[in-house]
Design a protein around this ligand. Structure first.
Ligand code: PGA
Length: 254
């Protein structure tokens, strides 16, 4: 049985005060949580602060991105060893906002995947098609291409212990989530695509859904057999909404 992972991606939001009250709220709401892994990914500047707020809780600390270099003359970059040093275990890469605004290519994202694995941490690889690609019937081809870049660079075994987040770009921050059936169809395609190379790797890989997940639509999404939790943006900024999503995952996967 795969243990679902519900991860909050705070994006460019937050402050020390906000982090303090959000984490306190989550700790309060999720004190008995065991059936679902829970992670939060605050902006990098607050990671160390949030790690201290999380002391003694089983909420996982995640990062929203990482650089590909380990040290040296790379002004403004953050390395995987630095993330590890402050207690990060899960690192989001390839988010559509980085692919779009920072022109990150499939190959560059695959490089990040390798750096994270090399450090013994968990990559959360975001993939997904744009609205135009969806309408052109290219959803499967885009997802396959984004996964294949990692397989080509690192081999299929790199997906052991890894997380994939299927996030249709048209569903991110729009309030227009994919339907449970739509998402399940793509998740099954992704798992089958990996199974073509290695059945065991496919069975254990966590495939999250992301894109306008909230406390209203989460439960139905999680009843789908290939949806193993969610990557949550907007709704992860409110303790009660995020906790409700975690509880929906625990309930659905019992
Ligand atoms: P959203 O963002 O939940 O606000 O749609 C999801 C994401 O981008 O990870």
């Amino acid at each position: 049985m795969r243990k679902p992972l519900v991860m909050g991606n705070w994006k460019l939001n937050g402050s020390k005060n906000m982090a303090k009250s959000l984490v306190a709220g989550l700790r309060n709401e999720l004190s008995n949580n065991t059936a679902c892994n829970v992670a939060i990914a605050p902006p990098v500047v607050y990671l160390d602060f949030v790690k201290h707020q999380l002391d003694g809780s089983n909420i996982i600390l995640g990062a929203q991105d990482v650089g590909v270099n380990l040290s040296g003359a790379y002004t403004g970059e953050i390395s995987i060893e630095m993330l590890k040093d402050v207690g990060v275990t899960h690192v989001i890469i390839g988010h559509s906002e980085r692919r779009t605004y920072h022109k990150e290519s499939d190959e560059f994202v695959a490089k990040k995947f390798g750096v994270i694995k090399e450090a013994g941490l968990v990559p959360v690889l975001c993939i997904g098609e744009t609205e135009a690609e969806n309408e052109a019937g290219q959803t499967q081809a885009i997802c396959a291409r984004q996964i294949d870049a990692v397989i080509k660079a690192l081999g299929i075994q790199a997906f052991n212990g890894a997380v994939i987040a299927y996030e249709p770009v048209w569903a991110i921050g729009t309030g227009k989530s994919a339907t449970p059936a739509q998402a399940q169809a793509v998740h099954k395609f992704i798992r089958d695509h990996i199974a073509k190379q290695d059945e065991k790797v496919a069975q254990q890989v966590i495939i999250q859904y992301g894109g306008s997940v909230n406390d209203k639509n989460a439960a139905e999404l999680f009843t789908q057999p290939d949806i193993d939790g969610a990557l949550v943006g907007g709704a992860s900024l409110k303790a009660d909404a995020f906790a409700a999503i975690v509880k929906a995952a625990e309930q659905a996967k019992k």
